[in-house]
Design a protein around this ligand. Structure first.
Ligand code: DGJ
Length: 728
């Protein structure tokens, strides 16, 4: 018995433990009484190769390195202070348990300290149909008193040195998910977040390692890793004097030492690992498939096409304006209208960002007929209705804060530190009373207005002052961790009661693009920046780890409200249509021609929606390569339909743009090509023609440099969306 290695059940064995997905194997040495070792992670091994794996050479590495007995010099995953002050750990295997867990196999390797009653389960959940292995640990002890966890990574991976390149995402507000690709050099690379809440603005908790040199999209071996956590995280890659890069991922332990009580279990967040020999795009497809099937709320449901009121009216919410916007989106074929910030507040009005968070009663000065009136209007126009809330926050100018000043996060004995608007404060979600309040915001809305179909859940401040009136003085370092436990607890309650509600995770734009929140949320707002050109770069990076179905991508105004750039409607549409399409605009300021184009685009998006939202992504030409063009495509699993996107990203006269080769098609099938959102006076030469997948992947189609439009309509932008349909 090899490739399956251990059969289900409890084992103490000298045989390797093989954790397998359809195309990958992770091999462990879990010999009883010894340190747990990792022997291999990569392409799925045959029985023959597995039998001689040990002879292939290369040192076995600790699978979960711990601090203090045999190892003090390098980076570790776990470091504790025992109740007697001893700082050392020495963990040995006591058993292995293998069992079925839904569509996956769960392998748990149990470890115990050789001297102390301290236990660690290292868990691996390998999916039967998707190439993802989730790993995490569960730590507990039976020592008299409290053990302090000083470091508690979810997982560790040794990556053989060679020519390994790292791809990671960095950014800032309105410029999220920028791709950084760099060779791994000696020294420490740390990717971290300490905002407290918005953990994907400045860096992301997901990375990819290209093992064969410079990253390629559709070739080469790639390891992908995504920490599924909504709070502060830390990824470390230590390239020391050994043959390995040492990758650790987990909760950021800084100012978060955890005091673990006797009998309590500390479960680290899931670290999702993948391996692909189909390049970065291959690793992305693995994450997307797993995400849609197992991790994203409603990953199998098509998303509605919506209009959000924010950039259209900002805080100037009023009944007639909302009615007009609903009518406009309905007339363009949209399916949902979302009323953003500004609709609430009684004693304090929400006319700007400095008041009323926490006072979730409708402002009847703006909306005399309340939410009921809006729902009635939505029904009249045949669209669904959604609403914005920011439930984790309050303002100093609010009735909530007047009533519960002790509910906020702030260092004890210090003046409140405020955020947005100079008055914002975050609620202390570690406090069960606050959890009840936050749950109640959604529950009250949904109980009174069960027709609300969508909630945009925003969060516009981090944790700026460390302190909780709820936590004991000894446990103040639990603030960040308890916040996210509280947050998850609330999310779980909401989902138990409102399983069908669509909820967007927004956090000052793309601050909550992580796999920690997505089990409860349907999508996230990629960025507050709706500039289509800049969005290409942000959505490109975001697509490394997240599927298009989760990426809210809206047609914005002209000039754009963040960059003040003029971008024609055609280009704005073509970019927004590569994600979950929506609009973020004042329709009454649009020309009839623009509205007509949007109407057509929405109708066409409905046709390609299943391909975009459930298809396999192939990134073709990266905007970061500065070749003047960016291109990607989605292909159905059956390879019978595909949508190809091409966006010009620069304009210079006599510039030579590359011809883009497609990917992911069936070489033997013939695909008929149809251009969507066409604005040209004449169809493209290949319109309606059928080409083999082989030709399209080896050669590609020659996309004209610009659009064939009347002289006064010429501009520097060009983009194309092509729909490919396999012929019977
Ligand atoms: C920040 C969000 O990212 C925006 O989309 C908008 O909802 C505002 N907050 C509202 O205050």
């Amino acid at each position: 018995m090899l490739a399956g290695a251990l059969a289900f059940g409890l084992h103490v064995s000298a045989e390797p433990v093989v954790v397998s997905t359809p195309r990958t194997s992770l091999v462990l040495d879990a010999t009883e009484g010894q340190e747990l070792k990792q022997l291999y992670f990569g392409d799925r091994l045959s029985d023959a190769d597995l039998a001689v794996l040990g002879a292939a050479g290369g040192a076995a590495r600790a699978a979960y390195p711990v601090y203090g007995s045999h190892f003090c010099q390098g980076e570790t995953a776990l470091a504790v202070a025992h109740t007697d002050g001893n700082l050392s750990l020495d963990l040995a295997v006591t058993g292995v348990d293998v069992k079925a867990d839904g569509d996956a196999t769960l392998t748990t390797v149990s470890l115990k300290d050789k001297v102390y009653p301290l236990y660690v389960d290292v868990c691996y959940k390998a999916y039967n149909g998707v190439d993802i292995i989730e790993t995490w640990t569960e730590i507990n002890h039976d020592e008299r008193g409290t053990v302090t966890l000083n470091q508690f990574a979810s997982g560790y991976l040794p990556i053989r040195r060679g020519t390994v390149w790292l791809s990671s995402l960095y950014g800032a507000w309105a410029n999220e998910a920028q791709v950084l690709q760099e060779p791994l050099e000696p020294g420490m690379k740390v990717i971290k977040n300490k905002d407290g809440l918005r953990n994907s603005h400045t860096a992301h908790a997901e990375v990819m390692f290209s093992l064969d040199g410079r990253p390629q999209e559709n070739a080469g071996a790639v390891i992908g890793a995504a920490l599924c956590y909504s709070g502060n995280f830390k990824l470390r890659i230590d390239t020391d004097e050994s043959d390995y890069h040492h990758f650790f991922a987990g909760i950021n332990e800084e100012n978060s030492a955890y005091r673990l009580r006797r009998g309590e279990t500390f479960r680290t967040p899931v670290l999702a690992l993948t391996y692909s020999n189909e390049g970065l795009s291959g690793a992305s497809r693995n994450f997307h498939k797993w995400g849609r099937k197992y991790r994203l709320m409603h990953g199998d449901r098509e998303r509605m096409i919506l209009l959000n009121s924010w950039e259209g009216v900002y805080f100037n919410i009023e009944q007639e304006g909302m009615d007009q916007m609903m009518q406009d989106i309905a007339s363009m074929g949209g399916e949902l209208f979302v009323m953003d910030d500004g609709w609430f507040g009684a004693k304090y009005q929400r006319n700007t960002d400095n008041a009323a968070l926490g006072d979730w009663t409708v402002d009847t000065r703006k909306l005399p007929e309340g939410i009921g009136g809006l729902l009635r209007d939505a029904k009249k126009h045949g669209v669904k209705f959604g609403i914005w809330i920011e439930p984790e926050a309050t303002n100093t100018l609010s009735e909530l804060y007047e009533k519960h000043p002790d509910w906020i996060i702030n260092a004890p004995g210090r003046e409140p530190v405020t955020g947005r608007g100079g008055t914002q404060l975050m609620l202390d979600l570690g406090n069960p009373e606050v959890q009840d309040f936050v749950f109640g915001i959604v529950d009250d809305l949904m109980t009174e207005y069960p027709d609300i179909a969508y909630i945009k859940w925003d969060a516009n401040m981090g944790i700026q002052s460390h302190g909780s009136a709820y936590l004991t003085k000894d446990n103040q370092s639990h603030l960040y961790i308890d916040y996210h436990r509280g947050f998850e607890q609330v999310c779980r309650r909401i989902r138990a009661k409102y399983p069908d509600l669509v909820i967007q995770a927004c956090a000052s734009g793309g601050g909550r693009a992580n796999w920690g929140v997505l089990p409860y949320f349907d999508e996230f707002w990629v960025s507050d920046n709706t500039d289509a050109l800049q969005r290409i770069y942000m959505q490109w990076g975001t697509s490394y780890f997240f599927p298009a179905i989760a990426m809210a991508s809206h047609i914005g105004s002209n000039p754009n409200h963040q960059t003040f750039r003029d971008i024609p409607i055609k280009y704005r549409i073509d970019v927004a249509m590569s994600g979950r399409l929506g609009m973020e605009i004042q329709p009454k300021n649009m020309t009839d021609e623009e509205k007509a184009l949007c109407r057509k685009a929405i109708a066409e998006y409905k046709q390609i929606r299943p391909v975009v939202q459930f298809g396999d992504l192939y990134r073709l030409v990266s905007p970061y390569d500065k070749l003047g063009v960016a291109s990607l495509m989605y292909v159905t699993e059956a390879k019978d339909r595909a949508v190809f996107y091409w966006w010009k990203t620069e304009t210079f006269v006599n510039q030579h743009l590359p011809r883009v080769k497609m990917a992911g098609l069936d070489p033997a099938k013939r695909y008929r090509v149809r251009e969507l959102n066409r604005i040209d006076n004449k169809p493209l030469p290949f319109e309606g023609q059928a080409f083999t997948g082989a030709f399209l992947m080896a050669n590609g189609l020659e996309i004209p440099y610009t659009h064939d439009v009347d002289y006064h309509k010429l501009n520097s932008y060009a983009s194309r969306v092509l729909c490919l349909e396999a012929m019977e």
